[in-house]
Design a protein around this ligand. Structure first.
Ligand code: ARG
Length: 572
């Protein structure tokens, strides 16, 4: 349910009745539960405008709100705030609705949007490293949330599968295959390094590599087949990482740079014909008034180099056009490292100008900061190299498994490994998703694997605690009515009803940490409720009602974590 919206509408009516129609209502969650559940902050502004006493006006509005069965109290505080407490009947009725609904009361979009999300998008010349982690998991979580709200989500993995490096890599692959019939490309990183060494030290090899680039560009079938072979192997590597991370991304979602090759010349020609791209020292450039260079002149966005070659930017222009025309996107999201922000702002501006990105299509750059080591510097291996993503994930699983065995030495090895996988991967994802993506964050094993604080293990454990209640509960009336008498029952109820509001704000702002923080708050509240309001020791209707609250809490935690791409376990 859209709790915030429902209360806002009621407040709006009350404002109108009190003669304040049209004045903005500032509705916020209460600062602390002792004051109520929500606070209205808009009366003061209205009073000022109307030159009336804010307190008198607030009393009037509060008196109207008190009549509404939604609230059990509406109290004026300070000069004109109104503290609202939701009535137990209202809460109980909506909780029952959520329990009966397979979407936990979250409404499906009445006007679903087609949302294209560009995420992960590694360069296939090399192996995935930690720099690809954030895009992969932030993008995946946004895809899940937007889909859950009823939108049509189209995932696009814009892999870097084209460019001069591929000539070198294919040449090296051919050379290796000639030497060794059973050659297998197991370590991409090492392969790239060795190919580069060959390229730098052997002129003949370098010439072959260049020849391959030319052949690739002219569509030579033999070299293209070799290139495809290389790309496939590299994608297999990426998919191993995706499986380990539990991402939604599939092979069908791959729409790499090469997909747009045939359209690049058209893009440039059309921009020139339309008069948007002009010749600048032999290169084709779109000048954008919105962006100024250091001499305060419109910045140039190069779409074709002097030598006729195309660029990363040309591809993105073709790609935007494709996503609008063929994929029929209403919204296009790019989950990419903040350092590419300017590139995308310019690509959006250029395609707005040319009409390829119409006003009614939203284009968003969803940037993110860096992953840092404990020393506050970019995350590296001990020897200063880039950390391979697969190795990082393996380490997470190993560490978590060791921790699980330490806590519970009697677990069979297989069970410990299963739990360790879910906890380890969950910990890495949650540590990232629970922070504001715009900031850099410190990657710290001890913190993320801790069972206390705002971590995945804490939340996963909270979920198993809820489940253990049901293991002990025996038969109970799953249709029982909910009655909320204790303050903590009511607080938990209010929190449960905020689920959809939180998902909506994640969808709007693309900040998954709103969901993470909500789940943490929910889990903390549940454990306070659990302490204060015995479930299994209670009797009759009270026991059943508390079991209902526990049930919805468990389901919300599980669903919420799953929207972050994090698994839960029935026991740990
Ligand atoms: N492959 C690029 C990189 O690793 C990211 C691609 C992002 N998406 C795009 N449409 N340009 O930096």
């Amino acid at each position: 349910m859209k709790l915030h919206q429902i209360i806002s509408q009621i407040a709006e009516q009350a404002f109108a009745q009190a003669g304040l129609a049209g004045n903005p209502i500032v509705l916020q969650p209460a600062k602390s539960a002792e004051f109520g559940d929500f606070q209205i902050n808009g009366v003061m502004g209205a009073a000022k405008k109307l030159k009336q006493n804010p307190r008198d006006l607030a009393v009037q509005v509060a008196d109207i709100l008190k009549q509404n069965a939604t609230f059990s109290s509406a109290e004026v505080a300070g000069a004109g705030f109104i503290n609202l407490r939701l009535s137990p009947e209202f809460l109980a009725q909506h909780l029952s609705g959520c329990l009966k609904d397979k979407h936990l009361g979250v409404e499906q979009a009445t006007q679903p949007k087609t949302v294209v999300i560009d995420y992960s998008s590694p360069n296939l010349a090399k192996e995935m490293h930690v720099g690809h982690l954030r895009s992969s998991i932030i993008g995946d979580s946004l895809a899940r949330v937007l889909g859950y709200l009823g939108n049509t989500v189209i995932r696009q993995n814009h892999v870097g599968d084209w460019g001069t490096q591929f000539g070198m890599l294919v040449a090296y692959m051919v050379e290796q295959q000639a030497h060794n019939a059973t050659f297998e490309l197991a370590d991409l990183e090492e392969f790239y390094r060795n190919a580069k060494i060959r390229f730098d030290e052997d002129e003949n090899f370098a010439n072959t590599a260049r020849e391959y680039v030319v052949k690739l560009q002219s569509g030579d079938e033999t070299v293209l087949a070799l290139w495809r072979q290389f790309v496939d192997i590299s994608l297999d590597h990426a998919e191993e990482v995706y499986r380990k991370l539990g991402l939604l991304l599939q092979r069908e979602d791959v729409a790499g740079e090469s997909k747009y090759n045939d359209d690049l010349q058209n893009v440039v020609d059309e921009l020139v014909q339309l008069g948007y791209a002009v010749d600048d020292k032999g290169a084709k450039v779109v000048f954008l008034d919105e962006f100024k260079n250091k001499d305060d002149e419109p910045a140039g966005f190069i779409v074709q180099k002097q030598d006729g070659g195309f660029l990363y930017s040309t591809t993105d222009l073709a790609c935007i056009r494709y996503r609008v025309r063929s994929l029929k996107a209403d919204r296009i999201m790019y989950v990419v490292d903040t350092r590419q922000s300017l590139h995308f702002q310019q690509a959006f501006a250029a395609t707005r100008k040319s009409g390829w990105l119409p006003e009614n299509v939203l284009a968003e750059f969803i940037g993110f900061g860096m992953m840092l080591g404990k020393d506050g510097k970019p995350f590296k291996t001990r020897s200063g190299g880039t950390v391979k993503l697969i190795e990082l994930l393996n380490e997470a699983v190993e560490r978590a498994t060791a921790l699980v065995r330490e806590k519970n030495p009697d677990l069979p090895a297989e069970t410990a490994a299963k739990i360790g996988t879910v906890v380890g991967i969950g910990a890495v994802k949650y540590a990232d998703l629970s922070k504001n993506r715009n900031s850099d964050y410190v990657f710290d094993w001890e913190n993320m694997l801790s069972f206390e604080g705002n971590t995945a293990p804490y939340l996963q454990y909270a979920y198993t605690r809820v489940q253990s209640v049901f293991k002990k509960a025996g038969e109970w009336n799953t249709q029982a009515a909910i009655t909320l008498n204790e303050p903590l029952e009511q607080q938990l109820a209010v929190e449960l009803l905020k689920f959809e509001d939180v998902l909506q704000s994640v969808a709007e702002t693309s900040f998954p940490h709103y969901l993470a923080n909500y789940l943490y708050q929910l889990a903390t509240l549940f454990s306070r409720f659990y302490e204060a309001c015995p479930i299994l020791k209670a009797e009759g209707a009270v026991r059943d009602s508390r079991l209902q609250l526990a049930k919805l809490t468990g389901e919300t935690l599980q669903q919420g974590l799953s929207l972050l791409g994090i698994e839960t376990l029935e026991m740990m």
